[in-house]
Design a protein around this ligand. Structure first.
Ligand code: ADP
Length: 638
C-alpha cells in the first residue's frame, strides 16, 4: 500500500507542469522532475547525483549560497533567474523551501521552478516601447519648443491646452497663466472673436488654413502668418487645433517699404513728366523773349524808345529765367536735405512793409486792391527766425495771389495766436478745386486750369513755401472755393518775443554814384568772353584800369609782372588752373591783394568755403551790379 501510494505521488510529481528539484544542503542534485529536465534542456543523467557547481558552472555557486539561505528560513523564498540553455535564453521563477526529516532536521531544499520567459520578454518589450515613447515625446517637445514659430494647441472650445516657449514670450503669459484660457481671454474681445471664428471654420471643415494677421501684443505690434491645423481623434472628427505662427513683421515691413518705394517711383515718374512739361514751357518762354528781342535789337532802324522797350523785355525775361533757376535750386536743396535755417532777429512789420512796397505796383497794374491788415500793434515786433525764408514764403504766396486773381482784392493779414504768428494771404481769385488742394503743395504740381501755361510758373512756389514753413516749425493750410478765392495761411512759432531791444537798421544803403578812388587797377580772370565784357562794361563807368586773364596760370603770370594791381575778380571754373587753386597759389606770394570770387555755382553755404580758400569776398553770378559796386566800395571806399 505504501509503495502504491508512493508510486502515485511520484507519478504526480514527475509529471508536474512546473519544474521540481531537490538539492542536498551541500548542493548535490537529489531529484529533477521531467519539467525541470525540460527547463534546463539536458538529460536526467546529466544532473542526478551531481553537484550544482558542475551542472550550472557560473551560476552553481550562487545556487549553493541560496540553499544556505533557504535552509535558514522558516518560510519559502522566491528567486528569479536568467539562464542560457540549449533551448535558448530562459527566465525562471522559483519558490524554494527547506526540507526536514522526521526529527525536524533540515536535510535539503526543494525548488519549484516555472518558466516565465514569455511573460518576461513581453514585459521587457513593454518597457522598451515605453522608453521609446518617452524618448520621442522628449524629441517632439524639443522641436515644439525650439522652432522659430510660436506653437500652440487649442481644444474644441478654443481654449489653450498647450503652447511653446516662443508663444508664451509673444503673449507675455507664463505657461501657468495661459493654459485653459479662451482665445478671448488671451487676445482680447476683438482679436479673440476673429480667431474664434477662424478656429471654428477649421474645426468644421477639417481643412488647414493660413492667415496673416497683425496683433497688438505685450511684445509689441507684430505681423504673424499662422497655420491652423486640425487634429483628429480615432473617429476622424476634429478634436483640437494646432496653430503654428511665424512672426513675419520684418518681411511685412520690407514688403510695405517696397510698396511705398514702388509708389514713390511711380509718383516721381509722374512728377518727372509734370516737371518736363512745366520746365519746357517755363524755360522756353523767357528764352523766346530774350532771343527774339535780342534779334530785333540788331535792326538799325529802331527808335531809341523801341530799343529801351526791347531791352526791358530781355531783362524781364532774364529775371524770370533766374527765378525759375533759383526755385529749382531751392527745391533740390530741400530734397537733398541740405537746407539750413539762418536764425536772426526778424522785424515782422518790416517784412510786411517790404512785401507791400514790392508787390503793390504789380497789383495796381492788374487793377487789384492790395491791403495789409497788420494786427500786431507793437511797432517793433521782433522774433527769432529766418528772415530770408519768411520773406520767400510771403513772396511766393502774395505773388500767387496776384497771379491767380483777375479782379477784386488781396489782403495780407497777420495775427499773434498763442505762441505763434499767423499770416493769411486772402484773394478773390480763381480758387482751387477741392481735389487739388492737397496736390498743389507738391513740387511741380499745379491745379488743372485751362490757362495754366498763360499764368507762368513751374509749380514750385508752394512746395518751397511749405518746406520752409515746416523747417521753421510752422504749418501751412488752405481754404479755397473754386471761382470765389483762396486763403493761404501759415504759422510761425514765436521763439523769442523781443519787443524793445534791437533797433533794426531799416535804411537800405544807397549806392553812391561817384564811387571812391577812380584809379583802381583791376585784373579780371574769366574764361567766358561775355562775362568778362559784362564786368568791364559795368565797371568802366568809374574810370578803372583793367587787365584780363583767361586762366589761372595767366593771372599768376600777370601778377608777377604787374605789381600795382588792387583787385582781382576771379572766376572759379576755368580750364587748366581753376580759380580756387590760382587763389591758393597767389596767396603764397601775395596776401594783401583783394580777391573776389565770382561764380555761377550759386549755392548758399559755399561762401564760407570760398573765404577759407583765400578769397576776400564771394559774388554769385549773374552779377548784381549794385552788389558788386557796394562790395568794391567796402574795400576801397573812403
Ligand atoms: P506755380 O504758381 O508756379 O504754378 P505754385 O507751387 O506756387 O506753382 O502753385 C501751385 C499751383 O497752385 C498753381 O499752379 C495754381 O494752380 C495753384 N495756386 C496757387 N496759389 C493759388 C491762388 N492764390 N489761387 C488759385 N490757385 C493757386
Amino acid at each position: 500500500e505504501l509503495k502504491e501510494s508512493e508510486e502515485k505521488y511520484r507519478y504526480l510529481v514527475d509529471n508536474l507542469n512546473s519544474g521540481l528539484a531537490i538539492y542536498s544542503l551541500d548542493g548535490e542534485i537529489l531529484y529533477f522532475n521531467k519539467k525541470a529536465i525540460e527547463n534546463t534542456g539536458g538529460k536526467l543523467d546529466d544532473y542526478l547525483g551531481k553537484s550544482l557547481l558542475v551542472c550550472f558552472e557560473d551560476h552553481g555557486q550562487n545556487y549553493i549560497n541560496r540553499i544556505k539561505e533557504v535552509a535558514k528560513s522558516d518560510v519559502s523564498l522566491e528567486y528569479e533567474d536568467f539562464l542560457q540553455t540549449i533551448n535558448g535564453d530562459k527566465y525562471f521563477y522559483s519558490i524554494q523551501t527547506r526540507i526536514k526529516d522526521i526529527n525536524g532536521n533540515v536535510t535539503g531544499v526543494q525548488v519549484l521552478v516555472n518558466d516565465i520567459t514569455e511573460k518576461r520578454l513581453a514585459e521587457m518589450e513593454l518597457i522598451k516601447a515605453k522608453e521609446q515613447a518617452e524618448e520621442s515625446d522628449r524629441n517632439y517637445k524639443l522641436i515644439f519648443n525650439s522652432t522659430e514659430t510660436a506653437n500652440s494647441v487649442f481644444d474644441k472650445n478654443c481654449n489653450l491646452i498647450l503652447q511653446n516657449k516662443l508663444s508664451q514670450e509673444y503673449l507675455g503669459l507664463g505657461e501657468e497663466d495661459a493654459i485653459g484660457k479662451s482665445v478671448f481671454e488671451i487676445f482680447g474681445q476683438e482679436a479673440g472673436k476673429e480667431i474664434y471664428e477662424r478656429m471654428n471654420g477649421v474645426l468644421n471643415t477639417g481643412i488647414s488654413e493660413i492667415f496673416e494677421t497683425e496683433f497688438d501684443l505685450p511684445s509689441g505690434t507684430n505681423w504673424f502668418r499662422s497655420t491652423y491645423i486640425p487634429i483628429f481623434d480615432e473617429n476622424k472628427t476634429t478634436k483640437s487645433i494646432q496653430v503654428i505662427s511665424q512672426n513675419i513683421t520684418e518681411i511685412k515691413n520690407t514688403q510695405l517699404e517696397l510698396i511705398k518705394a514702388k509708389e514713390q517711383a511711380e509718383e516721381s515718374n509722374r512728377l518727372k513728366s509734370a516737371f518736363l512739361a512745366n520746365m519746357s514751357h517755363e524755360i522756353r518762354t523767357p528764352m523766346n523773349g530774350i532771343l527774339g528781342f535780342a534779334e530785333l535789337l540788331k535792326s538799325p532802324k529802331l527808335s531809341g524808345d523801341e530799343q529801351q522797350e526791347f531791352i526791358k523785355i530781355i531783362e524781364k525775361s532774364g529775371n524770370r529765367m533766374l527765378n525759375i533757376i533759383n526755385d529749382i535750386i531751392s527745391i533740390s536743396k530741400i530734397e537733398s536735405g541740405i537746407i539750413e535755417t539762418n536764425i536772426s532777429d526778424v522785424d515782422i512789420n518790416d517784412q510786411l512793409h517790404f512785401i507791400y512796397i514790392f508787390f503793390n505796383p504789380e497789383a495796381e497794374k492788374k487793377g487789384i486792391q492790395f491791403t495789409i491788415n497788420n494786427n500786431i500793434f507793437s511797432s517793433n515786433f521782433i522774433i527769432k527766425s529766418d528772415k530770408e525764408k519768411i520773406y520767400a514764403i510771403l513772396t511766393n504766396l502774395v505773388k500767387n495771389a496776384i497771379k491767380y486773381t483777375d479782379s477784386g482784392s488781396i489782403e495780407l493779414s497777420c495775427d499773434v495766436v498763442d505762441n505763434e504768428i499767423h499770416f493769411n494771404v486772402k484773394d478773390t481769385g480763381i480758387g482751387i478745386p477741392l481735389d487739388r488742394q492737397e496736390a498743389i503743395f507738391e513740387r511741380f504740381m499745379q491745379a488743372e486750369i485751362e490757362d495754366r501755361f498763360a499764368r507762368q510758373g513751374a509749380g514750385l512756389g508752394l512746395a518751397i513755401a511749405k518746406a520752409y514753413i515746416e523747417l521753421l516749425g510752422g504749418k501751412i493750410w488752405l481754404e479755397s472755393e473754386e471761382g470765389a478765392g483762396s486763403v493761404f495761411s501759415f504759422s510761425i512759432p514765436i521763439n523769442q518775443l523781443n519787443e524793445n531791444n534791437v533797433i533794426v537798421n531799416k535804411t537800405i544803403p544807397e549806392v553812391q554814384n561817384k564811387l571812391v578812388s577812380n584809379n583802381l587797377k583791376i585784373l579780371i580772370v574769366e574764361d567766358d568772353e561775355m562775362s568778362d565784357l559784362l564786368l568791364t562794361r559795368i565797371l568802366s563807368e568809374y574810370g578803372y584800369e583793367f587787365l584780363h586773364a583767361k586762366t589761372g596760370f595767366e593771372a599768376i603770370d600777370i601778377l608777377h609782372k604787374e605789381k600795382d594791381i588792387d583787385l582781382i575778380l576771379m572766376d572759379i571754373n576755368m580750364p587748366g588752373l581753376d580759380g580756387y587753386e590760382a587763389t591758393r597759389q597767389i596767396r603764397e606770394f601775395n596776401t594783401d591783394i583783394i580777391i573776389f570770387a565770382q561764380t555761377a555755382y550759386a549755392m548758399k553755404g559755399d561762401k564760407e568755403i570760398f573765404l577759407e580758400a583765400g578769397f576776400n569776398e564771394y559774388l554769385a553770378k549773374p552779377l548784381n551790379r549794385i552788389e558788386l559796386l557796394l562790395t568794391i566800395e567796402k574795400y576801397f571806399g573812403n
